[in-house]
Design a protein around this ligand. Sequence first.
Ligand SMILES: Cc1ncc(COP(=O)(O)O)c(C=O)c1O
Length: 398
Amino acid sequence: MDTPYQKFTQGLKNKGEWRELQPYSPSASGQIRRDMEDFINFSSNDYLNLSQSREMRMRAISFAQQFGCGSTASRLVTGNLTAFEEIEHKLANAIGKPSTLIFSSGYQTNSSVLPALMDRHVLGLDVVVFADRLNHNSLVTGVKLAGAELRRYRHLDLNHLEDLLKKSMMRKISRFIVSETLFGMDGDRANVPGLIALAKKYNAFLYLDDAHAVGVLGQNGWGLTAQYADQIDCIMGTFGKAFGSSGAYVACSHVLREYLINRCPGFMFSTGLSPLIWGTIDAAIDMIPGLSVSRSKLLANADYFRSAIRPLQLETMHSDAHITPLIVGEAKDAMQLQKSLEHQGILCMAIRPPTVPQGTSRLRISMTAAHSTHHVDQLIQALFRWCKHKPDISNIAA
Ligand SMILES: Cc1ncc(COP(=O)(O)O)c(C=O)c1O
C-alpha cells in the first residue's frame, strides 16, 4: 500500500524538496535549541516575542482555572464559554469592525470561511474569484473548495486585476477579490486602498488576509487594514504569528458573523479553542497597542539588515517590513544556504516549492522583537562569508 507514497517522497528527495520534522525547544531570547545546540532563530513568526510573555501565560492559567483545559464541544453546542464572546467583542472594537468570529487556526478559517461566503446556492449566482497569484495556500484551498471560477492576477498588479474585473462585467456573477495584505513569503504589501477602490468600482466582495501584518503594522499594530476596516467586507488575521499564540479570526458585519455561525463547517463542526488559548488571546489584545517600542525595534532591525546586505546584491524583492526574502532559485541551493548558516549558528529554514513557485526557493528572514543588533550582525556576517565562498548561484547578481 505504501509504494506510490514512497515513490512520491523519493521524488521530493531527488529535487531537494523533501521535508522532515525536527524537535526544537526555546532557548535564550531570539534563539532556539536543536540537538543541544543553540541557533539564532530567523524563522519564527513570533514577531513581538509574545509567545514568551508572562502576562499571557498568567492569563492562560487563570482561564484554565476558571473554565478548565478544553472547551469540550463545538461552540454551537456547549463550547461557547462565557468569556469568549466578550473577547470577540473587544477584538472587534480594536480592529474597527462591528464583530469578529474566532476559529481554531488561520488555515481552518480561510479554507472554510471562503467556501461559505462563496456559496452559489446562497448568492444565487455563479462566483468568480480574483486572487493575487502569490496568495497563501489556505486562501487558494478555500477558493478551490468553494468550486468557484478562479482568475489569478499578477502579484500586486492592480492594473491586471482591473483588466480581469472589466472583462467580467459582461457576466451576471458574484465577484470576490482575495488577497493577503503583507505577503508572508515575500514581505511586500498589497495596495489596500487600491483594492478597496476596485472592489467598490466593480461591486466585488473584498476579503483580505492580514495574518502577517496584524500586531506589527498599521495604527496601534492593528494591521494594514486598520485604517480602512469599514471599507473591507471581511478581514482575516491569525493569533499564531505576532499574537504569539494560536487560532484566528474574521472581522466582519454582524450579519456575516451570524451567517458564518450557521453556515461555515469549520466553525460549526469543530471544538472551540481551549480556554488556555482564549486567555492568551485576551491578554495579547490588551497588550498589542502598547508594544510600539517592540514594533519600531524589529522594523528598524529589518531595515538595518537590508541596507547592510545591499553590497551582496541578493534579490530581496520589494520587502520593506519585518519579512525579507533572499531569493536563491533552486531548492537545492536554498538548502545549501540554510546549511551554511546553520554551521555559523543561525537557523533560517529554506522555503521551497510548493510553498513558493518553482525557481524561487529562498531563505525567508523573519525579524522579531527578540533579536538584538548583535544577532542581526551575525546573520549579516554569515551571509557575507557564504557569498564569498558560493559565488556560482544564478540569482546572485554580484
Ligand atoms: C497569509 C496566511 N494566512 C493564513 C495562514 C494560516 O494561519 P495559521 O498558521 O493560523 O493556520 C498563514 C500561515 O502561515 C499565512 O501565512
